[in-house]
Design a protein around this ligand. Structure first.
Ligand code: NAD
Ligand code: ZN
Length: 366
C-alpha cells in the first residue's frame, strides 16, 4: 500500500512516498538519508496534538535528535515575525549544514518551514511531511516556499526543493471535512488540466477517496505524479507550470475579495474558479456547455461551491473583482492570461484574454 514517485530535477531529484503509517516510519526513512542528524520539526498546534508524538518517537528510535518548533495554526503564521521565531528556534536547536528541517503540517507549515530551511545558514536540507490533503497533492511538491508580506500573499520566498516527501495518507483521518474538501478541489484540478480519464474516475470513486480506502492513496498518487511531471518539466514556472493555475485567476480574486478568511478556503475559491473557467470557456465557444455542466455537477456533488452566490457575506462588485484580477500576477500589457479549456482534460494557457469579455462574463455570473 505504498506508492513511490520520483521528482526528476537532475542532481536534486527526490522521492515522494505516499501511503498510510508513514509518520511512524519517518525516523527510519530520514536516518537512511542523514544518519544521526539533528531535526528541527516545524509544526502547528493542531497537527502537533495529533501527530507530533508519533514522529518524535520514530525519529528518536532511528537515532536522530528531534527538536519541535511550534507555530500557531493558520495563514497568519506565514509572516516575517513567525519566520524570525522559527529561524531563531532552529538556530537555538543548533541545526547546521548536514542537519534537517522537517515540515510537519499543512501548506502553511510547509511554506514557512521550507523558507526557513532555505534561509538558515544559506540553506539546509528539508523534508516535507504534509498532513493536509492540499499539502499532499500540491504544496509539498515543487519546491516553492515562502511567506506573505503586507503587499500580498507569497511575495517573499525561495525555490528550495525537499530531499524527501512523506505523505502519510492516514494522517488525513484527523483533518476536518471542510479542509479535506478544499484540498479535493486541487485533486479534481489535475483531471481537468490534462487527464480526462482521472476526472471520470473521480466522478465514480470520489466517495471512496473521501472515505479513506485505497482509492484515496491512488487519487493522491495520481495528483502528485501530475504535479511532479509538470515541475520536472518546468521548475521555475516559465512555461507550462502555469497550467496548475487553472481556476486560480478567478479563485484568487474571490479569495482576496473575501479577505482571505474562513468565509472562503483556498480550495473552495479554486472550485468556484474552475467552474467559472469552464463556464467562461463555454461562453466563448471554446468548449461544450455539457463539459462545464459536468465540472460543476461533480464539484457540487462533493459539497464544494461553484458560484459566487455560494460565498457567504458581501463581496466586491464587478469592478472590484476586475481590479483584483488585474492585481494577479498573470496579467501582462492589458491582456489577461487565463487557463481556459477546450474540454475536460484539455486546458491550455490563453495569453490574450480580453478584459472586457471577462468583465461581461462576471456581470452575468453575479
Ligand atoms: P493549513 O496549513 O493552514 O492547514 C489547514 C488546517 O488544517 C490548519 O488549521 C491545520 O492546522 C489543519 N491541519 C493540517 N493537517 C491536519 C491534520 N492531519 N489533522 C488535523 N488538522 C490538520 O492550510 P493548507 O490548506 O494545508 O495550505 C494552505 C497554504 O498552502 C497556503 O498558505 C498556500 O499559499 C500554500 N500553498 C503553497 C503551495 C506551494 O507550491 N508552495 C501550493 C499551494 C498552496
Ligand atoms: Zn491552489
Amino acid at each position: 500500500d505504498r506508492t513511490q514517485l520520483r521528482v526528476g530535477l537532475g542532481e536534486r531529484s527526490y522521492d515522494i512516498v505516499i501511503g498510510p503509517g508513514l509518520l511512524a516510519e519517518a525516523g527510519a526513512r530520514i536516518a537512511a538519508l542523514r544518519p544521526g542528524a539533528r531535526v528541527g520539526i516545524v509544526t502547528d498546534h493542531n497537527v502537533a496534538d495529533r501527530h507530533l508524538g508519533t514522529v518524535e518517537t520514530s525519529l528518536r528510535e532511528a537515532g536522530l535528535s528531534p527538536t519541535p518548533v511550534h507555530v500557531a495554526p493558520g495563514e497568519k503564521s506565514k509572516c516575517f515575525a513567525v519566520f524570525e521565531d522559527v529561524v531563531d528556534a532552529l538556530l537555538a536547536a543548533r541545526i547546521e549544514r548536514g542537519d534537517l528541517v522537517l515540515a510537519l503540517g499543512g501548506g502553511v507549515v510547509g511554506d514557512l518551514a521550507g523558507f526557513a530551511a532555505a534561509a538558515l545558514r544559506r540553506g539546509v536540507d528539508f523534508v516535507q511531511a504534509p498532513t493536509s490533503l492540499l499539502a499532499q497533492v500540491d504544496s509539498s511538491v515543487g519546491g516553492k516556499t515562502g511567506i506573505n508580506s503586507r503587499h500580498g500573499k507569497n511575495l517573499v520566498g525561495a525555490f528550495h526543493q525537499p530531499i524527501l516527501v512523506l505523505a502519510d495518507t492516514g494522517a488525513l483521518d484527523t483533518l476536518p471535512l471542510r479542509e479535506f474538501r478544499s484540498g479535493y478541489a486541487e485533486v479534481a484540478k489535475y483531471g481537468l488540466i490534462d487527464n480526462a480519464p482521472f476526472f471520470a474516475w473521480l466522478e465514480r470513486k470520489w466517495q471512496a477517496v473521501f472515505g479513506g480506502g485505497p482509492e484515496r492513496i491512488e487519487a493522491i498518487a495520481t495528483s502528485c505524479a501530475s504535479k511532479a511531471a509538470v515541475v520536472s518539466r518546468d521548475e521555475k514556472e516559465t512555461g507550462d507550470r502555469a497550467l496548475l493555475n487553472l481556476g486560480h485567476t478567478f479563485g484568487h480574486a474571490l479569495e482576496a475579495g473575501a479577505g482571505f478568511s474562513q468565509r472562503l478556503l483556498h480550495g473552495e475559491a479554486v472550485a468556484i474558479g474552475m467552474a467559472q473557467a469552464f463556464r467562461f470557456s463555454a461562453a466563448q465557444g471554446l468548449c461544450a456547455q455539457g463539459d462545464a455542466a459536468r465540472v460543476e455537477a461533480h464539484l457540487r456533488s462533493v459539497g464544494l461551491p461553484t458560484r459566487i452566490a455560494d460565498i457567504p457575506g458581501e463581496l466586491p462588485d464587478t469592478d472590484g473583482l476586475m481590479n483584483l484580477i488585474g492585481q494577479d500576477k498573470k496579467v501582462s500589457r492589458g491582456a489577461l492570461t487565463f487557463i481556459l479549456a477546450r474540454g475536460i482534460g484539455q486546458s491550455y494557457i490563453a495569453r490574450d484574454v480580453d478584459p472586457s469579455q471577462v468583465r461581461a462574463f462576471l456581470e452575468v455570473e453575479r
